[in-house]
Write a new protein. Sequence first.
Lengths: 407, 128
Amino acid sequence: MADAKTLHYFDNYATTPTDPAVVEAMLPYFTTKFGAVNSRSHAFGWQAEEAVDLAREQVASLIGAKPQEIIFTSGGTESCNLAIKGVAKMYAEKGKHIITTAIEHRSVMDPCRSLEREGWDVTYLPVDQTGLISLDELKAALRDDTVLVSVIFGSNEIGTIQDIAGVGAICKEAGVLFHADACTGLDTETLDINADGIDLLSLSGHKIYGPPGTGALFVRRRRPRVRLSALLEGGGQERNMRSGSLNVPGIVGLGKAAELALANRVADKARISGLRDAMQASFMGELEEVYLNGHPTQRLPGALNVSFNFIEGESLMMGMPDVAVASGSACTSATLEPSHVMRALGVGEELVHTSIRFSLGRFTTQDAVDTAVASCLKSARHLREMSPLWEMFKEGIDMSTIEWKHD
Amino acid sequence: MAYSDKVNDHFNNPRNMGSLDKAAADVGTGIVGAPECGDVMKLQIQVENDRIVDAKFKTFGCGSAIASSSLATEWVKGMTVQEASDLKNTDIVNELGLPPVKIHCSVLAEEAIKSAIEDYQNKQAAKA
């Protein structure tokens, strides 16, 4: 059984533990204040409505929006689906072209691919080796029939943060709606939907120490007023944009998580990046041939995605059984396909299979960092001894000249 | 996906990890796989009177790949060249309890053995 004392958690960009203060805020809404928001005629309903109203304000405050502009969903994936498909279907008569990037999360990629099969045209902007899109290329890709630009704010895989304000300004000038997938990063970064020119924004509860199964979609109401074709139809909740009885305890938790993020983001950002930078310096100082994946500075504070050349990712993780991390290696995915984000960086395939992602967070301690560094270095040294590629490298063999025997 | 105990064992206590002199007349070296695929195995055998007296491996790959090649060297030591070349990947799958998604690791190990044997036999033919 995983126990945080013996298995140190470094996978915060996969999911975060729910903050104890969030759990505490949610509890009364399960068994005592359990009314439905739609129950207009009694106190159970009124107190549920009050709690949800507060949560709406808390989420809105995190991103500089108005409470009425927040729609509650079941999570980041639903928010992204609603944003993309909702805008596409609503504005189909205006145009059927969408622009996004090559490093989006699957919850943006897959709706886009699905729309392509239904007759939409999607442009996937490439990224450079640090994971950044080019604003010039974005401008050049805009067409008369473009209805939506969707860009991931902070990459959950490599941590690279896009120039969101730059994208927003371009979209505003072109009169095209801009959706930012901000599921990862709002616990430490500051985004303002007005300053950054954002029209839709997806956020996820379980990424910001809130409960899993919760999320929100910011939908701009003024200048312009954004309309969406709903995915879920029924009781007409959330101004007809997302039917379904509200998950009151979940929403209360999401609101609390947003409030905590707003209060802690500056201090957390400094503390987490300090720990992360020290980890990075240890790896690069102690071992040769360690490469950073992602932008060196324009990066989420908890992100440390590194490639240990000549060591395959899954085996490296196996050698650190006391550390919970992730890898971009094909061996770790169910489909045996390497990460599409790593591929998009254009780094050599070997560096894809050798990548490990450590993602630090609010609850990461110095002790955990020290243990993880020691464990990783030990595993890396053991595996380099075992690696025929490391042996060839040490012998000075140029591996790009070898004809490998494989199918 | 938790690893099987045997795979863990080979990973933590690899058998015969290392290198033989690839220039030696009685050594056969097989290198299979490719870095872009995430799997490269180097397997070497030292042969005396048609019997494999020593075997070494080095592997770049996941835990199952490491275990497969470690097991392969453990098995071929003491076998005749013919017996080693009759080893099937399915024997490795069964011994290690490899899930379907890791079967290709055992296939690579079987290829590594055959490749080492082929190299050894080419050397003998060149001598003759």
